[in-house]
Ligand binder design. Sequence first.
Ligand code: NAI
Ligand code: MG
Length: 342
Amino acid sequence: QKTPITVAYGDGIGPEIMRAVLRILEAGGALLEPEFIEIGESVYRRGHTSGIEEKAWESLRRTRVFLKAPITTPQGGGYKSLNVTVRKTLGLYANVRPVRSYEPFVATKHKAIDLVIVRENEEDLYAGIEHQQTDQVVQCLKLISRPGTERIVRYAFEFARRNGRKRVTCITKDNIMKLTDGLFHKIFEEVGSEYPDIQKEHMIVDIGAARLAEAPQRFDVILAPNLYGDILSDIAAEVAGSVGLAGSANVGDDCAMFEAVHGSAPDIAGKGVANPSGLLQAAVLLLVHIGQPEAAARIQNAWLKTLEDGIHTPDIYDERVSRKKVGTEAFADMVIERLGKL
Ligand code: NAI
Ligand code: MG
């Protein structure tokens, strides 16, 4: 029985990494029936300010599962962020970003990183309340609601429990934004008191970011409002090796979207060198989500074995640990060769 999913090739390196990932999924025995939709640059250029059309929404409402390659958001006014629109329309309130280091197989700045960032995904400065105040002043409002915060805080603690994690670190700037970040922190303490089995700590975002860069292995689950969570997850992915290695799940009550944490990388698009690993990690999260954990494990193991064998795309290539530098398609071939072998 194949599960229908919606798939978008995206922009920049999107089509290259998506093709590679779909090949690995197929070879790995994932039972999927992809429905392809067009989103991003080409749709923006046809005059849709949101970068997505009605027929794409129909597919998303039908399948409720979305594997999405990165897209390019055109510069300049009048365009809305497609990611923000999709997250808000489908109610994808939790953005879950696992970050691991893979030493000694991938050169990392830090060893033994194994953390998960749980980022609130609909509110904060990304709520889209931004306007021209006067000809000299523009304004963007920060929105933090009690229901929205309770939901994400509970999600983080439930996630910690379900995954055997010991500690949740809440990151805000409540020394300055006493009402908004203050409420987020307060609800963290309130809801957290229902989880005596999980340790709780709070850090101001400045020192939190500094510690994440210096000692990422001390973190377990990190919970943050939208903006800090966005920034912290790129820091974490990069210190663990490369932004090209991390995938994410955007989860709501009845829909979910899976994507790499990185963008469309226009600087390397079309060269066939992009690392498909971030999108592949997202696809593995998708397989677990739709109830195909065996295929997820088979693919994850083959991918780990490929890294262990020192087969690396240029972004993670390092003479100390790498043996062979390969492009996107060859990397996918190497993963496929290793399916079912441990
Ligand atoms: P980026 O993440 O696309 O690239 C940053 C750097 O990392 C570049 O040097 C790039 O070559 C490298 N990189 C990223 N992914 C890689 C991969 N898989 N393999 C090897 N190297 C990789 O960020 P940037 O350049 O700021 O944004 C480019 C475009 O992507 C922008 O239009 C931005 O709006 C969009 N974007 C889209 C996202 C999405 O669709 N989810 C998320 C972030 C940015
Ligand atoms: Mg980001």
